[in-house]
Design a protein around this ligand. Structure first.
Ligand code: HEC
Ligand code: HEC
Length: 332
């Protein structure tokens, strides 16, 4: 009896050491810890990054002139966003200005400079207000991919800054988007709007063109596949590589990683071409809900079954112990 308890104690001890100590330690070594910003888009992270870059250049005794100019540019940009955020937007006037956006965001499914512009039906709830303001002022700066451009007006949505030039007009469009009443957005639709112009989701039957339709003939199916391949080539050319299929990403990356990555991709993969998408906390949760449903569809069943299995093992252990005691009692 005593010996068995000792063995059990040793097993429990090493299991706990692995679970509480080793695993989290290995995890922390493999993924650097990144400070989240709780889905607030006020440029803090971007300015911090620019400062870190200057510090690093100084350490290397390299020239910091360009990096200093970048920092100034970022500070001025986010200060201008703050100024617009303080204006009172006129949603009614914004509706007229919104027609400018529909020139590109019109659901025609035509690729524009690398991707198909997403639907803006739910933009008011999907994206953060500050982020939307920043995006209309300068899409490359807002999504923190300005390092890819010599001139940020060359971003596929970059011409917007020459179409909407007055701060008040920016405030009006954003007020319109925020007030626009549309029904609740599904988790799948949130993923389509925010991510699927770049990322397919095989298990969710999504490609860069949207939901895979039902095909009547083999020819239809092949011609769809060809269109997907052509679209993927354009995305690849724009991003430098084909963004990965996200069917199972929820298993490969922790929620904390996904959160800080989506909030600011540069924080986890410096220099990456994936833009920041400006989601609010709620819409990020919707997107992860969708990713969980495609990546781990059996999880609810497993969770429901888990305690029953545990109960079974506890009962089984008691019976096994009683049985063993009885067998051995005859031998002593
Ligand atoms: C404009 C294109 C684009 C959009 C939109 C986009 N991504 Fe990405 N994403 C990329 C690219 C490109 C990569 C590859 C990044 C790399 O390896 O540098 C990537 C990589 C990723 C990765 C893998 C990161 C890793 O550590 O390997 C995840 C997770 C991800 N994206 C999630 C999302 C989610 C969630 C959304 C929607 C909220 C989204 N992406 C929207 C382009 C995009
Ligand atoms: C010249 C075409 C064009 C115009 C005009 C335009 N957009 Fe876009 N927009 C795009 C493209 C292309 C993308 C996808 C960019 C990408 O994924 O890199 C995009 C992306 C977006 C996104 C998603 C951003 C993200 O981070 O996920 C939002 C929101 C958006 N546009 C809002 C607007 C609003 C609001 C207007 C009008 C004030 C507007 N756009 C005008 C082309 C345009």
């Amino acid at each position: 009896m005593n010996k068995e308890l000792k063995i059990l104690g040793i097993v429990v001890f090493f299991t706990l050491v692995t679970y509480i100590g080793v695993e989290p330690y290995a995890h922390s070594q493999m993924h650097k810890h990144v400070e989240g910003h709780n889905f607030v888009y006020d440029g803090t992270a971007d300015i911090e990054e620019a400062k870190e870059k200057i510090a690093k250049l100084k350490e290397e005794k390299s020239d910091t002139t360009k990096a200093e100019a970048k920092l100034k540019e970022k500070e001025a940009f986010w200060a201008s966003v703050k100024k617009i955020a303080a204006l009172k937007g006129d949603a009614k006037a914004g509706e007229a200005t919104f027609q400018t956006c529909l020139g590109c965001h019109n659901g025609s499914g035509v690729n524009m400079g690398g991707v198909i512009p997403p639907s803006l039906d739910h933009a008011g709830t999907l994206y953060d207000k500050n982020y939307l303001i920043a995006l209309i002022k300068n899409p490359a700066m807002a999504s923190n991919v300005d390092h890819k451009y010599k001139n940020t007006a060359l971003h596929p949505m970059g011409s917007i800054s020459s179409m909407i030039t007055k701060d008040q007009d920016v405030a009006n469009v954003v007020a319109y988007l925020k007030e626009k009443k549309v029904g609740e957005e599904s988790a799948q639709q949130a993923f389509i709007d925010a991510c699927s112009r770049c990322h397919a989701n095989r298990y969710g039957k999504l490609t860069q063109l949207g939901v895979i339709p039902k095909f009547k003939t083999k020819e239809d199916e092949l011609s769809y596949k060809l269109k997907v391949a052509q679209e993927q080539d354009k995305v690849k050319k724009y991003m430098g590589k084909l963004p990965p299929d996200l069917s199972e990403i929820i298993r490969a990356r922790s929620e904390e990683y996904l959160e800080t990555f989506v909030e600011n991709p540069q924080s986890q993969l410096p220099g990456t071409s994936m833009p920041r998408t400006g989601l609010t906390k709620d819409s990020f949760e919707k997107v992860t809900e969708y990713l969980a449903s495609t990546g781990d569809a059996k999880k609810p069943n497993r969770d429901a079954l888990g305690w029953k299995v545990l109960l079974y093992f506890v009962g089984f252990s008691i019976l096994a112990y009683l049985w063993k005691k009885q067998v051995w009692s005859k031998l002593h």
